[in-house]
Design a protein around this ligand. Structure first.
Ligand SMILES: [Zn+2]
Ligand SMILES: [Zn+2]
Ligand SMILES: [Zn+2]
Length: 257
C-alpha cells in the first residue's frame, strides 16, 4: 500500500542552529540548515504513526498540520527523542475513552513509566494528562495492516531500536549496526541513517561511515539524519554519491509499506 514519510526533524540532540553558536551553518539563511530534533511521521490509509517525541514535537506537529496520531514508536529514551511526550496531550484526547498507544522496548518502557510517573500513575489529581498507554515490544508489531519490525542497533554502549516498515527503514542514533540487523535491511527503497558529522563520535555514525553502510546495503535511496552544525546542507550534499542525501525538516517521501 502507498505510504508517505515526512521528516519532522533532522537535527542532532541540541538542534541547528545551536544555542549560543555563531558558526556559518547556525547563521545560514538556507532553510535546510534549520534542523529540529530527529523524528519522522509515517502515513498510510488514513493512519499516522510517529517515531519519537522530540522536545520540538509541538512545533513539528503544528508545522506539518498533524491532525491525529494512531501510535507512537520509540527508538530509545534519550532526551532528544522523548521530552515532547507531554505535547501528545491534544492528540491523545481524541482516543478517549481509550488511550494513544506508545510502543517501546521493555527497558525503554520501564524508563518512560518511571520518568513520567505523573502520566502513568493513577494518583495524579491535577487533570490535563496525556492519555497514553505503554506497550512493550520485543518483535514485529502489526499496526493497521502494516508491519513495523524493530531493528537493533548499537548506540555507544547501549542497544536501541531502529524500525523497518515495508520498503523503508529508519535508523537514528547508531555507532554500529550488528550483522544480524544488517541482514534485515536488504532490498530497501528508502534507508535513513545517522550521520552526525565527519569527525568520529563515540555514540554516533559519521557521513563517511554511513556512506559505507549504504554501499553495502544498496538501498534505492538513502538519507542521513541526526545532523549537527558541522554539515552545511548544500555543500555536504554536493559531495555525497548520487542517491544519498542529507534529509531536512519537512522532507516528504512516497514509498510502499
Ligand atoms: Zn539522538
Ligand atoms: Zn553552529
Ligand atoms: Zn541517543
Amino acid at each position: 500500500m502507498n505510504a508517505t514519510l515526512t521528516v519532522l526533524g533532522s537535527g542532532t540532540s541540541v538542534g541547528v542552529p545551536t544555542i549560543g553558536c555563531d558558526c556559518a551553518v547556525c547563521n545560514s539563511t538556507d532553510p535546510h540548515d534549520r534542523r529540529t530534533r530527529p523524528s519522522i511521521l509515517i502515513e498510510y490509509s488514513g493512519r499516522a504513526i510517529l517515531i519519537d517525541t522530540t522536545p520540538d514535537f509541538r512545533e513539528q506537529a503544528i508545522r506539518e498540520r498533524i491532525r491525529h496520531l494512531d501510535a507512537v514508536l520509540y527508538t530509545h529514551t534519550h532526551a532528544d527523542h522523548l521530552l515532547g511526550i507531554d505535547d501528545l496531550r491534544p492528540l491523545s484526547y481524541q482516543h478517549r475513552p481509550g488511550k494513544l498507544p506508545l510502543y517501546a522496548r521493555p527497558d525503554a518502557a520501564a524508563f518512560i513509566r518511571n520518568m513520567f510517573g505523573y502520566i502513568f500513575a493513577p494518583a495524579y489529581k491535577f487533570g490535563g494528562l496525556p492519555q497514553l498507554e505503554l506497550i512493550e515490544i520485543s518483535g514485529p508489531v502489526e499496526l493497521f495492516g502494516a508491519k513495523f519490525e524493530p531493528v537493533t542497533v548499537i548506540h555507544g554502549e547501549t542497544e536501541i531500536l531502529g524500525f523497518r516498515f515495508g520498503s523503508a527503514a529508519y535508523l537514528t542514533d547508531h555507532s554500529q549496526i550488528p550483522e544480524s540487523s544488517m541482514a534485515r535491511l536488504k532490498d530497501l527503497d528508502i534507508l535513513f541513517l545517522d550521520a552526525l558529522r565527519h569527525q568520529p563520535h563515540p555514540t554516533h555514525s559519521t557521513v563517511e561511515n554511513s556512506t559505507r553502510i549504504v554501499e553495502v546495503l544498496q538501498p534505492r535511496r538513502a538519507f542521513f539524519t541526526h545532523i549537527c552544525h558541522d554539515l552545511p546542507h548544500q555543500a555536504t550534499n554536493a559531495a555525497l554519491p548520487n542517491d544519498v542525501g542529507l534529509s531536512y525538516d519537512g522532507m516528504k517521501l512516497d514509498f510502499e509499506i
